[in-house]
Design a protein around this ligand. Structure first.
Ligand SMILES: C[S@@+](CC[C@H](N)C(=O)[O-])C[C@H]1O[C@@H](n2cnc3c(N)ncnc32)[C@H](O)[C@@H]1O
Length: 188
């Protein structure tokens, strides 16, 4: 059985959320911490935005939909996070922040937001694309190449639940399998 950390149990859900297994690798592979400033889009239910704001200095999270921002607002307020700023806006058109450490993109056609993301990032800053389909991951990587990002890597996080019982030890035949392909790129 998969453990859902307590912090996520009371959180509201609107659109599909990023699961804790994927949030973990986003945090560890980008190396963000208490000095980091991040931009996130789309906010959706704010699961990733809240997780980032719990460990970073500031998080600016954009969504085009007011109704989803309201759900995320409830989740933000549950944790009293005054460093999480929820903004209405289309990140394919613009991201206002500059010199940020991380931009996370979990939205359809995420590659269309990469030019804005590049302008927002500092040199050495990292962009993350969260794409459910391989074709979307490919489009994201092609655009990263054309924008001259470096250290491009796409991964999938597969967590296997191992059942340990008297009669035998084996992986469970159920569980959370595919969620998304996660691509990382560094601004040059
Ligand atoms: C799957 S949800 C994000 C879930 C979120 N990462 C979480 O962990 O709860 C995708 C969101 O992207 C938003 N979106 C779609 N296009 C967008 C755009 N161009 N700019 C900003 N947000 C966008 C949608 O409204 C939707 O809320």
């Amino acid at each position: 059985m998969f453990i859902m950390p307590g912090i996520y149990k009371g959180m509201k859900r609107g659109p599909q959320v990023i699961q804790p297994k994927d949030i973990g690798i986003i945090i560890s592979f980008t190396g963000i911490g208490k000095e980091s400033v991040c931009v996130d889009a789309g906010t959706g239910s704010g699961w990733l935005a809240v997780s980032l704001a719990r460990i970073c200095k500031e998080v600016y999270s954009y969504d085009v939909r007011e109704d989803f921002i309201k759900i995320a607002e409830k989740n933000r307020n549950m944790f009293g996070l005054s460093n999480l700023f929820l903004k209405k806006g289309d990140v394919t058109k613009s991201i206002k922040e500059r010199n940020v450490d991380l931009v996370t993109l979990d939205m359809p056609s995420a590659e269309k937001a990469l030019s804005s993301a590049k302008r927002a990032l500092k040199v050495g800053g990292i962009v993350v694309g969260y794409t459910p389909h391989m074709e979307q991951a490919k489009a994201f990587v092609m655009k990263l190449n054309s924008l001259k990002f470096r250290d491009i890597m796409t991964v999938e996080v597969i967590v296997r639940d191992i059942m340990i019982r008297k009669e035998g030890v084996r992986p469970s035949n159920t569980g959370l399998w595919h969620t998304a392909y996660i691509t990382f790129g560094t601004k040059t």
